[in-house]
Ligand binder design. Structure first.
Ligand code: 6R9
Length: 648
């Protein structure tokens, strides 16, 4: 398995080589990588852009002149739905499967590229008739059902940016996103199943709409039943039936016209709006789908992330469909009805490439290797992970028990803001190092820097920055320097985007990610902000202060635990009633995914002399880790009190 000289087999210096059979057939070879390097930045991005059909060729790869924003592929025009659907039908692939859906109740449904084209056209025609014009934002509040990618592509077809809101978010969270995007159209559904229970999504959507200042037109997909509930909304199935056979000419968009908006969690209490462009984003996800996930038209790809998050946008929808692959969409949870549900789906669909999060892999490990081993997973030829660091033990387990000890594993680092993968190994070119993500992809440059933006030495920790624009970059990052929300700056003439992640580069140049440097929480593969959760908690009567941190994995919830430290007002008891109010407030403001798994009431929270809560200590306390030196705190005694409260 690990080869090379003996010192290379110690855990930190371990190398694992991809199998020769994979290398021989990989989409991107060492020669391709060299050609990419020789072309130089930004010209090297011309070839990835050639993976797409352009209605008008671009005049230049990049315009990063001093005046105005950075623009990728200026002058180019294209349509994302044409690229993800029409061109595959035109190439005679209309009968091949585009979307393979696996429903919560064991039902399955497939859409060929031809069927996808028909429904996308029909729904695009319906949206137009409802008054949606190019540039109007359409909010999609839908669970993992095929109507979600259909609606995304229908929006793309008519040039209306979509804004997908994760179906697990609350009415309040949806309302904030509808208002923030000034979105007057909402596609939702009557409800969906989660852990055996039917959830009423429509009621949440209605509650959100009444608290938005402008009128919102609703389209409702019937997921739970076909009784067309009367109401002041349109029924998706009726709209599609009424427009059956319609053809809507795809609108040619400028390369930097918006394809979609997506809200993510930043360091403030407000959700951060991230906007992605049509040409740059689609180039980036198609290219990384081709080069890193090694996808092509013959592949069945399964990215297990929910389409409500960026990973699902890029690698469950746009990337695989732009490449003409089959994408698997799964509505359920990995342990329902049995803990081998995923392996059963992989076996039945002959999945070639599986892309999931370390948190899921850790759950699979706990459930036991007998589950994957009971299934024939020989169709798999590449595995990927994303969302948080994966340690070497989980990496090996994944490769040994899911990948039969053979499949290359790509650990891919990226963010909502980067649009697509930024750091990874190229599976047919690079050696892998379990526990490290690899290097920047060709055409992308990164560095690890100190607070002043200067590079630190190998082995030293610092913040990961990207030092040159890349096609998938969010629009706000294109709009000039601004160290605030945009997190871009110029250091000694060099442009830098600060990722908010700490990292260390080893002596072989491989990057090891150390977690967030800011107050963004990665609760497994979901991104939340401490400020957003804390604001909801502090809003509860009787709460003086609160701080939240991420703890160990909670198997039942398929994610890491959120641990809240709450300090009640002096005359208020920290009891179960208050604990319940805290949970309810977070559920209402954000949704069940952000509700703390543990609440510890504390007389006060550890603070610096300037009064800032030090979450690092709280995380160490929650996880039973060593605290180190606490003498810089204004109130070091509180740490001892907290530890005794947690019985340590
Ligand atoms: C794609 C996605 C972004 C944050 C990012 C980092 C963490 C993602 C990672 C990883 C270590 C990896 N992250 N991939 N950390 N290794 N391979 O997850 O986007 O939801 O915006 O989160 O996720 O902390 O900054 P997003």
């Amino acid at each position: 398995m690990a080869d090379g000289s003996p010192d290379e087999t110690t855990p930190e210096r371990e190398w694992v080589d991809p199998p020769e059979s994979f290398v021989a057939n990989a989409n991107v070879t060492a020669a391709d990588r060299d050609a990419f390097r020789e072309a130089g930045w930004p010209e090297c991005w011309r070839r990835p852009a050639d993976l797409l059909d352009w209605d008008r060729g671009f005049d230049a790869v990049l315009d990063d002149s001093e005046e105005g924003p950075t623009r990728w592929f200026p002058g180019g025009r294209l349509n994302a739905a044409h690229n993800c659907v029409d061109r595959h039908v035109a190439a005679g692939r209309g009968d091949e499967t585009a979307v393979a859906w696996e429903g919560k109740l064991g039902e399955s449904r497939t859409y060929t590229y031809g069927e996808l084209a028909d429904e996308v056209n029909a729904f695009a025609a319906a949206l137009r008739e409802l008054g949606v014009e190019a540039g109007d934002v359409v909010t999609l509040y839908l669970p993992m059902i095929p109507e979600l990618p259909v609606a995304m592509l229908a929006c793309a077809r008519i040039g209306a940016p979509h804004s997908v809101v994760f179906a697990g978010f609350s009415a309040d969270a949806l309302a904030t996103r509808l208002s923030g995007a000034d979105s007057q159209f909402l596609v939702t559904c009557d409800g969906y199943y989660r852990r055996g229970a039917a959830l009423d999504l429509k009621r949440r959507a209605d509650n959100a709409c009444v608290s938005v200042d402008h009128a919102v037109e609703q389209v409702v997909v019937n997921r739970l039943d076909d009784e067309r509930a009367a109401g002041d909304h349109h029924v998706y199935a009726d709209l599609v039936a009424d427009h059956e056979g319609a053809t809507v000419e795809p609108v040619a968009r400028e390369a930097d016209d918006l394809l979609f908006l997506i809200y993510t969690s930043g360091t403030t209490g407000e959700p951060t709006l991230v906007r992605h462009t049509t040409g740059g984003y689609l180039t980036h996800v198609a290219w990384t789908g081709h080069a890193v996930l090694d996808l092509g038209p013959d592949d069945t790809h399964w990215c297990s992330a929910d389409v409500g998050w960026i990973t699902g946008h890029s690698y469950a929808v746009y990337g695989p469909l732009a490449l003409g692959a089959t994408t698997v969409l799964y509505e359920g949870t990995p342990d329902h009805p049995e803990t081998d549900r995923l392996w059963e789906i992989i076996e039945r669909n002959g999945v070639d490439v599986f892309y999931t999060a370390p948190t899921s892999i850790r759950a699979f490990m706990k459930w036991g290797e007998e589950h994957p081993e009971r299934h024939d997973l020989s169709s798999l030829r590449l595995l990927g992970t994303v969302g948080e660091p994966i340690d070497a033990t989980a990496w090996h387990w994944y490769r040994d028990h899911v990948g039969d000890g053979e499949c290359p594993v790509v650990d891919t680092w990226w963010q909502t803001e980067t649009g697509g993968i930024v750091l990874s190994t190229l599976p047919g070119v690079d050696r892998m190092r379990p526990g490290a993500v690899g290097k920047s992809l060709p055409g992308i440059e990164t560095a690890v820097v100190d607070e002043t933006g200067r590079r630190v030495a190998a082995g030293e920790a610092g913040q990961l920055v990207v030092t040159r624009p890349w096609p998938g970059m969010a629009r706000s990052l294109c709009e000039g320097s601004g160290w605030g929300a945009r997190r871009t700056r110029t250091v000694e003439g060099e442009w830098q985007y600060a990722t908010g992640d700490n990292a260390v580069r080893d002596e072989d140049g491989y990057l090891h990610l150390l977690g967030r440097a800011d107050d963004v929480l990665k609760v497994s593969d979901r991104r939340l902000s401490t400020a957003e959760i804390e604001r909801a908690i502090v809003g509860v009567d009787g709460v003086a202060e609160a701080a939240v941190v991420v703890g160990a994995d909670d198997d039942a919830a398929h994610r890491s635990e959120i641990h809240a430290f709450v300090s009640p007002e002096s005359n208020v008891a920290g009891d179960d009633a208050l604990r319940e109010s805290v949970g309810a407030a977070v559920e209402e403001a954000i949704g069940p995914i952000a509700v703390p798994d543990a609440v510890t009431f504390a007389p006060s929270l550890p603070k610096t002399r300037s009064g800032k809560v030090v979450r690092r200590y709280l995380a160490a306390i929650a996880n039973g880790e060593d605290l180190g030196d606490t003498s810089a705190l204004r109130n070091p005694e509180v740490v001892g009190e907290l530890e005794s409260l947690l019985d340590r």
